[in-house]
Design a protein around this ligand. Structure first.
Ligand code: ATP
Length: 445
């Protein structure tokens, strides 16, 4: 299925049809590279964030959570290097008005003649590369003047650095320890695209792990292994995952070493998570720019003071969702009919169970409604569907990614049993309705 050139189109259209993802401001013609998560999309998104938070914060003693503001003191971005260095070199074509990243000219296509590279068409007129800052700027307070200019954060990490001592001291932590954050980030990307892969507004799940210098290589390997294990635990196929190490020209200004975790998207292998050794770059710069000491003092040896090194794990919520959706999308033939099914892992699937009365009479709706109330009371997201032929209802839930169905039929009313149907195996089994909730709960686990 990977490299299926139509797969992205099929995913985009399924996501719209089933209420996963809509284009922002669609009725106005859309706005560049911003997407809205619909009723099912927002559930998938919450489940992804919940799985990350659980693995990174709740299941560990050595990581604390944080939710810093999107707007920060403008000096933060001078210290971090983003004002000076967060730029892509750009080339414009004066003839067709298209804009390219100078480092990607070789891979881009001329809009006039897509078989040609920019500059090869006889009318092309390319400008010299110019630097373009990717940060969105806005103004704080009532006047639009340079003194009031602030940035929308391009990464959440800086919030963790400037709060390093606050979290260390209030959380009674010792090094090594980490700060985890989930939040929006904004980048005025030059070449956004591929659906939710590269957008201008997106959400990140980032964790900064502060370690003693000299132990950083070890922790770097530890976090690489942990992070690829996490995405596998959400059901993504191992053969579609790999590491890519940044060569010297790819390394960010702050990094000593960096690995991407890549997924084989329908448009090719691309990064969805980065693991970076940021050294003491950020803390050192904030210490310098703020004039505040940010050193760690070892409580067992007060003469031992140092600026910790940071191992960062940084993953986008949207890119994780795109990997999950692309990995889950399957087309298959069942009894001579085409079926589209989203094989999302039950842990992340938006709706866990659908409840169906076979027909709307003979006590079936009453039984089914009571059953759904029990499912709901157990905290399991569910959907009640009583419209149309049962086969069509199953297909709708297959496309939506709902892993289990409970069907109430004539026999249910007589003997209290219901049929449980599994999305992936299509297996159907009769079970006691009184056991249905605990059965579903076990299957989700
Ligand atoms: P890329 O090279 O793809 O622009 P990056 O290396 O700049 O990404 P990081 O700064 O390491 O990305 O950000 C960490 C993670 O945040 C990325 O792995 C990705 O999942 C997510 N991310 C970054 N930029 C975007 C974007 N424009 N849209 C959606 N997600 C993004």
């Amino acid at each position: 299925m990977a490299n299926d050139s139509q797969l992205m189109d099929k995913l985009v259209s399924l996501c719209k049809r089933r209420g996963y993802i809509f284009q922002s401001s669609e009725i106005y013609g859309g706005v560049g590279s911003v997407w809205d998560y619909g009723p099912l999309g927002v559930e998938l998104q919450r489940n992804v964030k919940e799985a990350w938070w659980r693995a990174m914060v709740h299941e560990r003693d050595d990581i604390e959570g944080l939710d810093a503001g999107i707007l920060m003191h403008p000096r933060v971005w001078e210290a971090s290097g983003h004002v000076a260095g967060f730029t892509d070199p750009l080339v414009d074509c004066k003839a067709c008005k298209a804009r390219f990243r100078a480092d990607q000219l070789g891979e881009s296509a001329c809009p006039r003649k897509p078989s040609m590279r920019p500059g090869q068409h006889k009318d092309c007129e390319l400008t010299e590369p110019r630097l373009f800052n990717l940060m969105f700027m806005t103004f704080m307070g009532p006047v639009e003047e340079a003194a009031a200019a602030v940035y929308l954060r391009p990464e959440t990490a800086q919030g963790s650095y400037v709060n390093f001592l606050n979290v260390l001291n209030s959380g009674r932590q010792r090094i090594p320890f980490g700060i985890a954050q989930i939040g929006k980030a904004f980048r005025n990307e030059i070449t956004p695209g591929n659906f939710i892969f590269r957008t201008r507004e997106f959400e990140q799940m980032e964790m900064q792990f502060f370690v003693e210098p000299g132990t950083d290589d070890e922790w770097f390997e530890y976090w690489k292994a942990k992070r690829i294990e996490w995405i596998r635990s959400l059901g993504v196929r191992s053969e579609r995952l790999r590491f890519h190490e940044h060569g010297p020209t790819e390394l960010a200004h702050y990094a000593k070493r960096a690995f991407d975790i890549q997924y084989e998207f329908p448009f090719g292998w691309s990064e969805f998570e980065g693991v970076h050794n940021r050294t003491d770059f950020d803390l050192r710069r904030h210490q310098e720019y703020s004039g505040k000491k940010l050193e760690y003092v070892d409580p067992n040896d007060r003469d031992k003071r140092y600026l910790p090194y940071v191992i960062e794990t940084a993953v986008g919520v949207g890119r994780t969702m795109l990997a999950l959706l692309a990995d889950a999308y399957h087309e298959e033939e069942v009894k001579g009919e085409k079926r589209v099914v989203l094989r999302l892992h039950p842990r992340v699937a938006p709706t866990k169970v659908a409840v169906f009365p076979l027909v709307n009479k003979d006590g079936m709706p009453e039984f089914a409604e009571k059953l759904q109330r029990e499912v709901r009371a157990a905290g399991i997201p569910s959907f009640y569907d009583d419209s149309g032929a049962i086969g069509r209802r199953y297909r709708r839930q297959d496309e939506a990614g709902t892993p289990f169905g409970l069907t109430v039929d004539g026999q249910t009313v007589a003997d209290g049993t219901v049929t449980i149907r599994e999305r992936d195996t299509l297996r159907q089994e009769r079970i006691d309705a009184a056991r249905a909730v605990s059965h579903v709960r076990e299957l989700i686990r």
